[in-house]
Write a protein that binds this ligand. Sequence first.
Ligand code: ADP
Ligand code: MG
Length: 636
Amino acid sequence: MTLLQLHEPGETPLPHEGEQTAAIGIDLGTTNTVVAIADQGKPEVIRGEKGGALIPSVVAYAPGGRVEVGETARRRLLDAPETVVSSIKRLMGRGARDLKELSGSLPYDLAPDDGGMVRLTVSGKRLSPVEISADILRAAKARAEASLGRAVERAVITVPAYFDDAARTATRDAARLAGLDVLRLVNEPTAAALAYGLDKGVEGLYAVYDLGGGTFDISLLRLEKGVFQVLATGGDAALGGDDFDHAIAERFLEQRRAAGKLAAPASADAKMILMTARLAKECLTEKSDGTWSVELGGAVSRHALDVAALEKLIQPFVARTIAISAGVFDDAAVDPKSIQGVVLVGGSTRVPAVRRAVEQFFGMKPLSNINPDEVVALGAALQAEALTRGSDNLLLDVTPLSLGIETMGGIVEKVIERNTPIPVAKAQEFTTYQDGQAAMAIHVVQGERETVDQCRSLARFELRGIPPMVAGAARVRVTFTVDADGLLTVAAREGSTGVEQRVEVKPSYGLAEDEMARMLRESIEHGRADMERRLLIEARVEAKRSLLALDAALKKDRLLLDAAEYAAIEAEIGRVNAAMSGEDRDAINGAVQALERAVTPFAQRRMDKAFAEALSGRSLDSVAERMEAGAKKKAS
Ligand code: ADP
Ligand code: MG
């Protein structure tokens, strides 16, 4: 077999130990951004001058070049909406190709781009989502520095569980632009679970129901040995509190029309009505009714709304979140009522009707004693502290699927097993299969199945420059390193020359949750059959290796065999070949053993011959010496 040695796992040290500046947690939300910091495992939200926790994720670019973020930018929506950008998170990591599909749903102008990244035109400037997000992160950093009175250079930033590689990279780039070193990107639902300390609780399944301003996400997490794994996610990127606002605003406009007041409003007016609607909605979370006034074009109208009317307006949206949740749990084959707990995240889960719907669906009271719009940032802060101080709160992300390399016969040798906490580094030694083999193909795969064709191919490269050696003598050390962000580096190094090749891959790239679930399911379903198949392939590889070695020997020393012996060996070779083309592992192993018995006398004779040659070599030398000596005598 090609596998020679398995080394002990050597875990890399915590990546950011011993540095000085403060590390914060940031929930970079579509609607609101929240900053928090933890001390000794106690997280706290960092508030602004006016005491508010939320920084609206809104940026205003004044024509003079002034940039405003947060509440002041949000107020600009009323007097200069064309200078204001909101909901930029929706565009993170999106390419120009996604433009069409999105443009209808965005509140700003998109500039056509030379390709690649989307850009917006605001106040004459062309801005990428990364730059705009960086402005929000700068404001978050400034708030933290003002409040803490010291520099903040490191942060844990949360991202939706469904964010793909491009969106995660864009988030990282934005942080770098803002002067923040990202310790780790953490999934929002995981951060929320962490804030509730669920990682120290009962092992099992947890749900995170996140209804924000413009997005809905439902996640199913599994907690095992203090490690969370996102098992399934679902949601709607255009469903949230904004829909509630729209429904209320529609109602107000209808009432105005009925009262004979001004009909279709201009777009700036629409923003004003939406802000009033949002105010009404948020008031009705605490109160049972109220009256709000809308002034458009000098015509004022007054609108009464009570909780019952509000609930009727938002009912279809709430029902949709439950339908999506039901779909996710169905797919995951998990009964929603069987989970350990459900966490509420997002400002819109303050709405009592939403809480009731969640409680009914899961058959249990949801966890809600932490502010739902702060909980994600608090979890991120805990993580930031754990990553810098190495507290026992460290959230261990895990490799969702096993990582390995292809060995002879298309078998997968797993180097890092699935669910291994990261960061991690593991090495394994491999060797050559044939005499004089100068290069080795390294094929990195991901998955649980035993054979390469059933796994996901991640990368291929070749290690060249292996010095000529007999099969099995070379030592090639292959090291798999997965860093805290899940980036995999595979390095192969030949021992005697030190030649090295490496490749970097993102194992999660392009891998959807449902595809991952499928791969896991199949590995369980096919586990036994896969193992049988692996053993069969291994038997074939072994047999082939015996045949290759015998072939080389016969080429050299065939004359040591008489015709009958040779025919007998030929017959055994035929039987091995026949068995190899079949599916019976025992038959192959049996045929190889028979062949080995048949060649034993031949092998013995080859050894004797080699021995004799070595001896006769020496005697020839001495013959030559004697002849030389004799010649000298003659000459003298
Ligand atoms: P995101 O995650 O999208 O950034 P948040 O979690 O901050 O958003 O949620 C913002 C949404 O929560 C907005 O639609 C806002 O109106 C709504 N919201 C905030 N507070 C309340 C409240 N007291 N009652 C009802 N809705 C609320
Ligand atoms: Mg959020």
